[in-house]
Design a binder for this molecule. Structure first.
Ligand SMILES: [Zn+2]
Length: 129
């Protein structure tokens, strides 16, 4: 099980909330439509709309990254409420608190993340290059 204390979880949760707000505002400043909806005080519904609105993310790399970050945060919140936050999704070991401080939405421990990135790189780099 998680080795995180309640205070650590509260702190990480706050970090994610702050980042979530930052991403949300950034998207809002880039897209008029999102800004209008933000002005109406729509938050959760608006994020759902942003995530399903493919045209929103299609052309803008910044928005794309913001939406990806928000997705990560929402996924991390789900793991929080499921009681599995801070547990590596690959090996089931606790993720180091220091790693979570740097990457509050991390879903793998550093060991599994390295394996994952090596696998990914191995697939993406053509052989013989
Ligand atoms: Zn792991």
């Amino acid at each position: 099980m998680a080795t995180l204390t309640q205070a650590q979880i509260t702190h990480l949760s706050k970090l994610m909330d702050e980042r979530y707000e930052r991403e949300r505002k950034e998207i809002a400043t880039v897209t008029q439509r999102a800004r209008e909806q933000l002005d109406e005080g729509v938050s959760a519904d608006w994020v759902d709309a942003a995530l399903t609105e493919s045209t929103l993310a299609s052309d803008d790399a910044v928005i794309k990254q913001d939406v990806a970050d928000i997705r990560d945060i929402l996924a991390a919140r789900e793991r929080l409420s499921a009681g599995v936050y801070g547990i590596c999704t690959d090996c089931g070991e606790a993720i180091a608190y220091e790693r979570l401080l740097a990457y509050p939405t991390a879903k793998r421990c550093i060991h599994c993340q390295r394996l994952h990135e090596r696998d990914k790189a191995g697939r993406e780099i053509p052989r013989g290059s």
